[in-house]
Design a protein around this ligand. Structure first.
Ligand code: 4NP
Length: 157
């Protein structure tokens, strides 16, 4: 069982969407017994909340029912427990690396953007202050990245 944790800032827009999309692709490919997928945020401001209503709506329009409740990244547990810590932007990538004080887990920490095959981007930008097109764009990017990410990791030992 491989364990994947998607990490963004609030855990109400990007990472719960990534979690929902990844679970859906895993389900479609009949790999549910091989993966555990979760998401977390760097801040605890939204802890316990469902995803942002705008993200819930845009995701549902594509068939993804997001059920995750926001939680904060827990360095004490999550570094050990998860095999892949996938960060949504450069700031999150740096912050997660900083929390890994002895660089014990560096090889587990990744940037979501590097898994894109159609989009040439460096980061998955936070849609929080954007309009509907920002949420659509995040979903386009995450669908692209999750598909390729799963292809890459499904045969890794
Ligand atoms: P997310 O978006 O990191 O993709 O969940 C955000 C959600 C909330 C906030 C920032 C980003 N916020 O500042 O509350």
């Amino acid at each position: 069982m491989k364990k994947v944790l998607f990490i963004c800032l609030g855990n109400i827009c990007r990472s719960p969407a990534a979690e929902g999309i990844m679970k859906s692709i895993i389900h479609k490919r009949h790999l549910t017994d091989k993966f555990h997928v979760d998401s977390a945020g760097m801040i605890n401001y939204h802890t316990g909340e469902s995803a942002d209503p705008r993200m819930l709506k845009h995701a549902l329009e594509r068939g993804y029912k997001l059920t995750h409740k926001a939680r904060q990244f827990n360095p004490k547990k999550d570094f050990k427990e998860f095999d892949y810590l996938v960060t949504m932007d450069d700031q999150i990538y740096m912050d997660v690396n900083k929390l890994d004080k002895d660089n014990e887990y560096s090889s587990k920490i990744h940037k979501m953007a590097k898994y894109c095959s159609h989009y040439n981007i460096k980061e998955v930008v936070d849609p929080y202050d954007g309009g509907p097109e920002a949420f659509e764009s995040v979903l386009d990017i995450l669908e692209d990245a999750c598909g390729y990410f799963l292809d890459k990791i499904k045969d890794e030992s």
